[in-house]
Design a protein around this ligand. Structure first.
Ligand SMILES: Nc1nc(=O)c2c([nH]1)NC[C@@H]1CN(c3ccc(C(=O)N[C@@H](CCC(=O)O)C(=O)O)cc3)C=[N+]21
Length: 297
């Protein structure tokens, strides 16, 4: 029997915490606001953006969707990010990937104000994460760890395999698993024998975006499989990277798609936005108190 590791319950509890904190901020006149910048007509991104917007609304967080269109230039996106970084009413910024062909994603990541970098995309955030300093982790990577915790699965002393090495999921999740004392193998598009890298792992995390990539041959008997893939099909279905029928009965546990990592990701992003709003409010207050003290001295 393969146990289903659902994310709905955890997502609800994270959202409840965020909405209590958002209400407390509203009492002192702060309305947490998340800006979502997108420059794509990719359907799975549209799916994600819709779920962010509706979850934000339910949580008492404002959400501005800044859609620059699928032909936006690096410079257009960069100046939008810089502007949002300076806007005192915006507390969190997420830049959706993918971006138009030819845009310089690395340059754009650096244009996100680290204080507002609620999806941990800026190299400053990623560097702090690797250095084990406080930082916003990419919400999806953190959601993987939060789901394991929620279901009582400890990475400590286990072997883990991560398929995918993106800066938004694969790489940070591998680091977080090492920080939780797992022994981690990272596989990616240049791995010649994928199954050899994954089939002995106690915990298998897949974040690639190729539906059905992971079959029974890739999975150890009883392994915990976390499916991060979310590919939207033309007929409106959302597909993970795991061939569910093939691994059923072999995996010990598997996250469903939809209803697994996705809702937890969205909830954590909102949670980060509320945290960012509180931190920025405290910073503004202390700046103005200091300025007042100086001018009267
Ligand atoms: N910078 C960046 N960070 C991302 O994290 C990122 C991104 N770009 N680009 C697009 C992908 C896609 N993605 C999803 C997250 C949650 C759901 C999700 O919540 N799905 C629900 C279903 C949603 C619904 O039913 O409306 C579920 O799995 O149950 C889907 C997709 C994050 N991405």
């Amino acid at each position: 029997m393969t146990r289903s590791l659902g994310g709905a319950e955890l997502a609800t509890s994270i959202r409840n915490d965020a909405s209590v904190a958002a209400a407390a901020l509203a009492e002192i006149g702060v309305r947490p606001k998340l800006a979502v910048v997108q420059a794509t007509d990719d359907e799975s991104t549209a799916w994600y953006v819709r779920s962010i917007a509706s979850a934000a609304k339910r949580t008492g967080i404002l959400c501005d969707i800044v859609d620059l269109g699928a032909v936006a230039s690096t410079e257009q996106i960069r100046s939008t990010l810089v502007e949002l970084g300076h806007d005192p009413d915006v507390h969190g910024i997420i830049l959706q990937t993918p971006l138009p062909d030819g845009t310089d994603l690395d340059a754009l990541r650096e244009a996100i104000n680290p204080a507002k970098d609620v999806d941990g995309a800026n190299p400053v955030s990623l560097g702090r994460l690797v250095a084990r300093l406080p930082a916003f982790a990419p919400a999806t990577a953190q959601a993987v760890i939060a789901l394991l915790d929620h279901h009582g699965i400890s990475p400590h002393g286990r072997t883990a395999a991560v398929v995918g090495r993106s800066t938004v999921v694969g790489s940070p999740v591998a680091h977080l698993l090492v920080q939780r004392n797992a022994t981690v193998t990272v596989c990616h598009r240049h791995t010649t024998d994928l199954a050899a890298g994954t089939r002995d792992a106690d915990i298998l995390v897949v974040a690639v975006g190729i539906p059905g990539l992971i079959t029974a041959d890739h999975v150890a008997d009883g392994a915990v499989v976390i499916d991060v893939g979310t590919t939207a099909t033309a007929d409106g279905q959302l597909l993970g990277d795991v061939d569910v029928a093939a691994v059923d009965g072999r995996a010990g546990a598997l996250t469903p798609v939809p209803g697994g990592v996705g809702p937890v990701t969205t909830a954590l992003l909102l949670n980060h936005t509320v945290d960012a709003a509180a931190t920025q409010y405290a910073q503004t207050r202390s700046d103005s108190l200091l300025a007042g003290a100086r001018s009267s001295a």
